[in-house]
Each structure stands twice: as C-alpha cells, then as structure tokens.
Design a protein around this ligand. Structure first.
Ligand SMILES: NC(=O)c1ccc[n+]([C@@H]2O[C@H](COP(=O)([O-])OP(=O)(O)OC[C@H]3O[C@@H](n4cnc5c(N)ncnc54)[C@H](OP(=O)(O)O)[C@@H]3O)[C@@H](O)[C@H]2O)c1
Length: 276
C-alpha cells in the first residue's frame, strides 16, 4: 500500500518518481511560486511544468528558495510543439534548463505527438539522456499507435506517458498497453478540474472515508499504479490533494470508479492536435 507522499514508482530505467506531484498549468508569476513553495512545505517532492506554461522561472525560484535538497526533488518539464525536431529540441531544452536554473532535469516529455516529427525529436531526447542532462525521457498525449510507432524504431522505450486521465476518461486500452510495455502512465487533469465533485459515486465514497471526491479520485489513481499531478494554487487544496495516504479503496470500489468512464475529454484529442 502506498502510504506516504514521498512514495515512488520505479521507472523502466530504475529512476524513482513520486506517485504524487503538483501540477502548474495556468499558474503564473507569484501565484505559481507560492503554490510550489506551499507544496514543498506540505511534502510534495515532484513538480510538473512545461515550457509553454511560461512559469519555469518561477518554479525554479520556488525550488531554489525551498531549501529542499535537489536530489530529493523530481522536476518534469516538456518540449513544446513548435520546438519539435532534432536541433530545435536541443535548443529548447537548454532554454528550459536555464529558466528552471537546473543543470539536470528529472523527466523531459514530448508535450504532444503531432503528426510526423516525434521520431526525430525522440533522437534528440535520447542524446540528452545519454549526456546525462535528463534522468528519464518520456512522452505526453501519446496514443497506443504513437507508442507502437516509436517503440518499433528500436530505441529507448519512453519511461512515462502523461495523458488526460480521470474517472470520466479511464483510457483502459492505453493503461493496459503501457502496463505491458513498462511505460509509467501519469494522469493530467486527474480531478477533471473539479468537475467530478458532484458525482454521486464519488460523493458516497468520500462520505464513507471522510474524504473529498478529489481525494477519492487521487487515491484511485495511485491504487491503479498511475502517477498523478493535481494542480492547485490554493493552500487548503494543495494540502487536501496530498492527504490521500491514510486510506485504501477496496477492489470493488475501484471498479465502481472505473465504471464512471464516459470517454469524455476536457482537452484536445491527441489525433486531432496538429500545428503544421
Ligand atoms: N501534458 C499535458 O498536455 C497536460 C495538459 C493539462 C495539464 N497537464 C498537467 O497536469 C496538471 C493537472 O491538470 P489540470 O491543471 O488541467 O487539472 P486538475 O489538476 O484536474 O484541476 C485543477 C483545477 O481544479 C481545482 N482544484 C484543485 N484541487 C481541487 C480540489 N481538491 N477540489 C476542487 N477543485 C480543486 C484547481 O483550482 P485552484 O488552483 O484555484 O485551487 C484548478 O482549477 C496541470 O497543472 C499540468 O501540470 C498536462
């Protein structure tokens, strides 16, 4: 049973990654800096950012001022779509390193697959990994067919796939495929931005355990071996989202939550987001 906020999964290259992290999408300036500072005080040790969020600098400042040892932290950032390609990836990575003020990034992700550049981009990711500038490389918003295509190249198997995943979109086929291939699945918009708070199944379980619907969902993620990164800039919610390590859902309850699947996305479908 996952019992502590610093408990980790072991990625396919042996690197450990906390099951819980803080998301930072749409949080900027002082607001994101304070949110990350609060999260680190609460005990979070994993932070998810991306170059396109425009907040890597503030995230880096919060890390620097926290006093938490660098080797206790797990920092993820992502390559934005316009920067796909070999040389442009290396340049974009350097910009992220500089903005975050970190020489080594724990996890670097291709933010969206797009149409046909991700293989070339992946070669740059493999270069960064072999140089030791990143501890693990992965992808985001990859469907099974994108993963198959990349794996068929015979290179490094992505360590992580970060996708939209919540009880309204459980992506069972992708969960199964990632499980078989040793790719750690990570949920973005895990609490569906608070939209599931009124669901009666989740409310019933929340009542049973003295928790909130958001906490029930985050616990469901972890018991399903899914890394989760709820975003909040609100101190009480940052604490609430981390208070999920003192109860255990039953197998039947996990299935009840799975049954809420409605194939409902809040973000774009990865097969429809192109920029070229
Ligand atoms: N790879 C990708 O393409 C991708 C896409 C989207 C997101 N992400 C990552 O995943 C992270 C999480 O996703 P997300 O930010 O889209 O959605 P989310 O974490 O599901 O929801 C965040 C929203 O829910 C609110 N909230 C937080 N905790 C709550 C709680 N306990 N009860 C009720 N409401 C709560 C937050 O408000 P306050 O902040 O006002 O408290 C915020 O409006 C992002 O921040 C980002 O790091 C990645």
């Amino acid at each position: 049973m996952t019992k502590h906020i610093t408990d980790c999964t072991i990625l396919n290259n042996g690197v450990t990654m906390p099951w819980l992290g803080i998301g930072t999408y749409k949080a900027k300036g002082k607001e994101v800096q304070q949110a990350v500072e609060t999260a680190l005080e609460v005990g979070y040790r994993s932070i998810d950012t991306a170059s396109v969020y425009g907040n890597e600098e503030e995230v880096g400042q919060a890390i620097a001022s926290s006093g938490v040892a660098r080797n206790e932290l797990f920092v993820t950032t992502k390559l934005w779509n316009d920067d796909q390609g070999f040389d442009s990836t290396l340049r974009a990575f350097e910009a992220s390193q500089k903005a975050l003020g970190l020489n080594v990034i724990d996890l670097y992700l291709i933010h969206w697959p797009g149409r046909d550049q991700y293989k070339e981009t992946w070669r740059a990711f493999e270069r960064l990994y072999s140089e030791g500038s990143v501890r693990a490389i992965g992808v985001s918003n990859f469907q099974v067919h994108h993963l198959r295509d990349l794996i068929d190249e015979g290179g490094t198997v992505p360590a992580v796939n970060q996708v939209e995943l919540h009880p309204g979109l459980i992506q069972q086929e992708l969960q199964d495929f990632c499980g078989e291939q040793g790719i750690q699945l990570e949920a973005w918009s895990p609490i569906m931005k608070g939209k599931l708070n009124q669901d009666s199944t989740l409310k019933g379980l929340a009542q049973k355990y003295g928790k909130t619907p958001a906490q029930i969902i985050l616990r469901w993620d972890i018991q399903n071996q899914i890394v989760t990164i709820p975003k909040s800039v609100t101190p009480e919610r940052i604490r609430e989202n981390a208070d999920i390590f003192d109860f255990e859902l039953t197998p039947d309850e996990l299935r009840q939550i799975d049954a809420l699947d409605a194939d409902k996305r809040t973000g774009p479908h990865p097969d429809q987001l192109f920029w070229d």
